[in-house]
Unconditional design. Structure first.
Length: 413
């Protein structure tokens, strides 16, 4: 049973029934709001199972309880936090907030509860109550990031990949040899988390130079109105116009004694010191490129140094700063490869920006909501032909675009 195709979440959710949508979860960050929710296609009973062939079992078991197969889609969407009213309107229009009332069997507004994480879950709690009549049940941000990453690495086929020199290669994750690893989440700022197991982690470092820095400085220097516009602009730029290279200092020569080529950046934005130019004399695309290179390289280097502290070989990078952007990933990978002398790898995640929202999503089961779908999410088995499990099917090229849904189903052995 291969569902296979990705559907765009650009229109309102199909009106099947209030039960069709469940478990909306939010990650409200300083720059972006991320949403994850599940919509059901069908749910089968024991009678249905008897009518199916033995190789299409429709129930999974845990202890003494059987759980029905549920087919549906995991939906992903994001909004700028500064445009939170657009997010509220989206939730209202698609009636996503009703899932919180429904699960409790009560439509009274004061009992509609939605899981949320991030600083905005505190900052905007009153706004969600006022506009939608829902209460945000707040989950710890670091807990959710780790839970979301662990879930993706265990449950999603072709989730992690390497990217260098324009080559993307998916990495098969051994569930029995996943830990420990370093999780680097690049949002407005950057958190670096050493993950030792399910619920076992420590935030070991971070930096305030992250996605918010790129967006903020980029807006001041280029007048771009949003992150994606700034990122798109960088495609057309040439950072060597602004960055001071080793060759600029050594007359076009390499500094071979310490392994630096003439094209290595000696100082980001360094040429602006000696150039007799004003800001308007520089092309916005060159500024954007240099800024992206500086921040990405810095994050890659700091990440490796923290991995080195704990002897970690694998570094997973997440967060919406990356956006699946080739130049960003390549810069991070080159930094990790250079400083580790090829000993460590930078790995990226297809669902990079939704770690916190996914962690909030799976936390429903942790807090005792008796729902078979979440139970199957949390207690899924490794995916293979002989085991049951939760399998997410994505697009053929492995890309996840903004505001998309991924069809999925649960198989029982």
């Amino acid at each position: 049973m291969d569902l296979g195709n990705v559907g765009i979440l650009g229109n309102p959710v199909p009106k099947r029934s209030h039960g069709a949508v469940s478990h909306l979860a939010l990650d409200i960050g300083g720059s972006l709001i991320k949403l994850v929710y599940f919509s059901r296609n069908s749910e089968y009973s024991m009678k249905d199972k008897e009518e199916k062939s033995s190789n299409e079992s429709l129930l999974v078991s845990s202890g003494e309880k059987n759980y029905p197969l549920i087919e549906g889609s995991l939906h992903f969407a994001k909004f700028e936090t500064s445009k939170i009213n657009d997010c509220l309107e989206f939730i209202q229009r698609n009636q996503l907030h009703l899932s919180g009332c429904e699960r409790l069997g009560d439509t009274a507004s004061d009992k509609c509860i939605i899981k949320a994480t991030g600083g905005g879950a505190y900052k905007f709690a009153d706004l969600f109550k006022e506009k939608l009549g829902i209460c945000l049940d707040k989950e710890d941000e670091m807990d959710c990031l780790v839970a979301g990453a662990n879930f993706l690495l265990k449950a999603v086929h072709q989730e992690a990949f390497t990217y260098m020199d324009g080559q993307k290669e998916f990495v098969q994750i051994d569930h029995h040899d996943l830990y420990p690893y370093l999780l680097v989440n690049i949002g407005s700022g950057v958190s670096m988390i050493k993950v030792d197991g399910d619920g076992k982690f420590e935030r070991v470092s971070g930096t305030n130079v992250g996605g918010g820095t790129f967006w903020g400085l980029g807006r001041l220097l280029t007048k771009c109105k949003n992150f994606d516009e700034l990122l798109e602009l960088s495609h057309q730029g040439n950072n060597r116009v602004i960055d001071m290279l080793v060759g600029d200092i050594y007359g076009g020569m390499d500094y071979t004694k310490i392994g630096l080529t003439s094209t290595t950046i000696a100082s980001s934005f360094g040429k602006a010191i000696s150039d007799n130019k004003e800001l308007e004399d520089y092309k916005p695309e060159d500024i954007s490129r240099s800024l992206l290179r500086m921040i990405s390289n810095n994050i890659g280097q700091i990440s490796y140094l923290n991995a080195l502290r704990f002897g970690l070989k694998r570094i997973f990078f997440g967060g919406f700063f990356i956006r699946g952007h080739a130049y960003t990933m390549d810069t991070i990978s080159v930094a990790v490869n250079f400083w580790s002398k090829g000993d460590a790898k930078a790995l990226f995640l297809r669902h990079e920006g939704f770690l916190g929202a996914l962690g909030a999503f799976v936390s429903y089961e942790k807090h005792g909501f008796n729902d078979s779908m979440v139970h199957q999410l949390v207690h899924q088995s490794p995916i293979s032909s002989s085991h049951g499990g939760y399998k997410i099917h994505g697009s053929q090229n492995g890309e996840l675009k903004d505001n998309e849904s991924i069809e999925c189903s649960v198989y029982a052995s």
